[in-house]
Design a protein around this ligand. Structure first.
Ligand code: FES
Length: 354
């Protein structure tokens, strides 16, 4: 039996199947509701049940306390309707609650696997289904770990949409359920299942200068945005700070320089946290030394950029430190966009983006 779910105050109605959560059903029918972890951990999908009852899949009481549940709040990513529902959305964007690209299940063939650094691999996938798969630069897909009972890992696209291609950067962790397969058992020719595209991390249309900050495999969505800006031959000022440990952890330097040459006012600053003394690059490509957020702080203090938008992707500590600096320099929270890694509980591996 399926249930009808009416969303207020937008007045839109969807069908929700027996085994589906309300959030999955909304995605399937093209609605862009607020979400984060999709696993009952973060509370981003919390809303209020005006009518009807739901069964809840396991969730954290950090996301929904007992008293909140008792007073009618629920988590859309965990809610299986017991009957028809009327749901009051607490967070939604009245101008964009429809998804630009529906979230669908698909299949893709791994065409190439390239070693970018000691622990980052580039995966090039050819989409076999759906053939019209598309995404916004900055979004991500979930890859289903082969032969592993429903385990999924999230990775951002590094390429631009089009041509049926997906390019991902995967950081390898010892024992990582997905990344561990890249050390031998998963190679070109394999077919992978995916679901997506997910995520609200994408470039906002404006004339504001763009500050980009990335660390490690957080390069992927930022590179996708950079490719978009270069493709559009943007006139916006763009500054890109990239954090790595040593110069051996830097990659795609030539491509970044080439993309930058399509942008009127662009500067790229690689920042090395663990470089040997004196290893500050060659004359042509200097590296800054320190932590990436420290360099961002120095840059903000220089006052070159005003009224900026910030786009960041990388480990939570990097994003939190850089966000604090940005707000400390008067950047409005609403102009700070990030895609933060979290780590799967069962393996030290990126599992989710927000
Ligand atoms: S708790 Fe539902 S998306 Fe995180």
């Amino acid at each position: 039996m399926s249930a009808r779910v009416l969303f207020e105050p937008i007045g839109e109605e969807i069908d929700c199947g027996d085994e589906e959560t309300v959030l999955e059903a909304a995605f399937r029918q093209g609605y862009n509701l607020a979400y984060g972890c999709r696993e009952g951990q973060c509370s981003a999908c919390k809303c209020y049940l005006l009518e009807g009852e739901v069964d809840l899949l396991p969730y954290s009481t950090f996301a929904l306390s007992e008293s909140e549940e008792a007073s009618g709040y629920t988590l859309l990513c965990r809610a299986l309707p017991y009957e028809d529902l009327v749901v009051e959305l607490l967070h939604f964007d009245p101008d964009s609650y429809r998804l630009e690209n529906p979230i669908r299940d698909g299949r893709a063939r791994l065409e190439a696997l390239e070693r970018l650094t000691d622990d980052i691999r580039l995966l090039e996938l050819r989409v076999e289904e759906p053939l019209d798969f598309s995404f916004l630069p900055g979004q991500y897909v979930d890859l289903w770990v082969p032969d592993c009972d429903g385990a999924r890992r999230s990775f951002s696209m590094a390429n631009l949409p089009g041509g049926g291609r997906i390019e991902l950067m995967v950081k390898c962790y010892p024992g990582g359920r997905f990344s561990g397969l890249l050390e031998g058992s998963l190679g070109p020719g394999e077919q992978l299942r995916f679901t997506g595209p997910y995520g609200a991390f994408h470039l906002r249309r404006s004339r504001r200068p763009v500050l980009m900050v990335a660390g490690g495999s957080g390069m992927a969505p930022i590179l996708s945005l950079l490719r978009q800006l270069a493709d559009e031959r943007t006139e916006r000022m763009v500054r890109f700070f990239y954090g790595a440990r040593t110069r051996h952890d830097l990659f795609h330097l030539e491509e970044i320089a080439a993309l930058g040459s399509e942008i009127g006012d662009f500067r790229f600053t690689p920042v090395l946290s663990d470089a040997a003394p004196g290893d500050d690059g060659d004359g042509e490509r200097p590296h800054a030394l320190g932590f990436v957020h420290e360099l961002v702080g120095e840059y903000l203090a220089s006052g070159e950029m005003e009224d900026l938008e910030a786009y960041m992707c990388g480990p939570p500590a990097m994003i939190d430190a850089a966000s604090e600096l940005l707000t400390g320099h008067g950047v409005d929270d609403k102009r700070i966009f990030h895609d933060k890694f979290t780590i799967a509980a069962d393996a030290a591996e990126r599992s989710e983006t927000t």
